[in-house]
Write a protein that binds this ligand. Structure first.
Ligand SMILES: Nc1nc2c(ncn2[C@@H]2O[C@H](COP(=O)(O)OP(=O)(O)OP(=O)(O)O)[C@@H](O)[C@H]2O)c(=O)[nH]1
Ligand SMILES: [Mg+2]
Length: 402
């Protein structure tokens, strides 16, 4: 039998096979790398940045991912969709890494997609409108980027509430079209329907009614059953959504009010954050000490990018379990409700195939004991089997045999 190593323990039997799937340390976007520890990212789902021209999507994209998408003051400067990886700073991983003296830290991550802007009426060509919708269809969650910063050199309005209604209208119209298409297809169909589609079509009229009033599904009172049934249609306003209000450097104090007014507009299901994208992007380029000094000096604490990354990861509805040792402390992403063998498979397929048991302890309990060995000596490490449903924040060590 083999198992993953305890912190500080010599490899017993064989080594865990390399897991792959790491992304290299990010270039400019390494605001969270620290000391001599290397930091890498494992990515999963995609969050798309959605907004009017010149709202700061590409600037936010660059700040989150360390990418170099074109940031320019002319509208519709983003034509091709850009994809980058953002990582999710996690104080639990940091604390475990400190405890285990880990050489490497790996945070959870997600992909960020810089989508072409949506325009009002005739402002955009059809090709660009098509690109916007295609971009939105491909992502798992949306982040609305709403411009509040004033800058006479950057054309466009600084009106977050007006931006919300334009964006919502565009997304709602696309969803109406999708549902109407599905209903028309159904009428002309003779063969029996796939049960999932049939269930979706049953929920379609209620959803259409909501959408036709201009309400996106994310802030409708459609019930859970109907929402679930609509999944096969990949509706745009059915995706989890958050919003970033891009505030000017001179507006930092008004962030709270702006957030409140936007939050009222988009409804409670949408997380809203105020971010001075330009400032954060500049800070992200500095070394960690200078960055901390700049952000602290402005009263921005650790900066808003951390909160944006955490909120984005949150709406994706994924959980993380943790592993820790001298080699690395790491957050592994899993689907809520997954059992121990499936989680073991996230580390490596061999661990799932040969899964025997998992040693499990809550991350904060482990910190209290200082090491797995100490926690085990006190009988605080649980030995769980194949039916164990893993929780967010569990520290796992897999016993396996292949
Ligand atoms: N003053 C100020 N300018 C900003 C801020 N964020 C972005 N900008 C500027 O606004 C312009 C547009 O920014 P982009 O990031 O290119 O905007 P975008 O939403 O990607 O624009 P499109 O790709 O054309 O849709 C650039 O000149 C940025 O430098 C901000 O927080 N403050
Ligand atoms: Mg852009």
């Amino acid at each position: 039998m083999r198992r993953t190593r305890l912190p500080g323990e010599q490899p017993a039997g064989g080594q865990i096979p390399p897991s792959g799937g790491d992304f290299p340390t990010l270039g400019r976007g390494k605001p969270f790398a620290r000391g001599n520890q290397r930091s890498t990212v494992k990515a999963v789902d995609r969050v798309g940045l959605v907004g009017l021209p010149n709202s700061g999507k590409s600037a936010l994209f660059n700040a989150l991912t360390g990418g170099d998408a074109v940031v320019a003051s002319h509208p519709f400067s983003t034509i091709e969709t850009e994809v980058g990886v953002a990582h999710v700073p996690d104080p639990r991983v940091d604390a475990l890494a400190k405890m285990s003296h880990s050489r490497k830290i790996v945070y959870a991550g997600f992909e960020v997609v810089d989508i072409a802007a949506v325009g009002k009426g005739g402002e955009r060509g059809d090709a660009l409108g098509g690109r916007f919708l295609a971009g939105v269809r491909e992502v798992d969650a949306l982040c609305l980027v709403l411009r509040s910063f004033e800058d006479e050199n950057v054309p466009g309005e600084a009106d977050p509430l007006a931006a919300v209604s334009v964006l919502e209208l565009e997304l709602v119209l696309a969803d109406v079209a999708t549902l109407e298409q599905q209903l028309t297809k159904k009428r002309s169909r003779v063969a029996p329907l796939d049960p999932a589609i049939a269930a979706g079509l049953k929920a379609a009229p209620a959803a259409l009614k909501v959408l036709e009033q201009g309400t996106p599904l994310y802030r409708s009172n459609l019930n859970e059953v109907d929402r679930e049934a609509l999944r096969p249609f990949f509706l745009l306003t059915g995706k989890p959504t958050m919003a970033v209000v891009n505030v000017g450097e001179n507006e930092l104090d008004a962030g709270g009010e702006l957030v409140a007014s936007v939050a009222k507009e988009v409804g409670g299901a949408v997380d809203v954050l105020a971010v001075s994208v330009q400032l954060e992007a500049e800070a992200a380029r500095l070394n960690p000490d200078e960055r901390a000094e700049l952000l602290e000096g402005l009263g921005l604490g650790q900066g808003a990018l951390v909160r944006v990354a955490q909120a984005a990861f949150d709406i994706l509805g994924k959980c993380v379990f943790l592993t820790t040792g001298e080699d690395e402390s790491r957050a592994w992403i899993f689907r809520a409700g997954a059992k121990a063998p499936e989680c073991a498979g996230v580390i490596h397929s061999d661990l799932q195939r040969g899964f025997i048991k998992a040693d499990v302890i809550r991350w904060n309990e482990l910190l209290e004991f200082g090491s797995l060995a100490a926690a085990r000596a006190k009988g605080k490490v649980r030995l769980e089997g194949k039916e164990y449903v893993v929780h967010d924040g569990d520290v796992l060590e897999i016993r396996f045999n292949v």
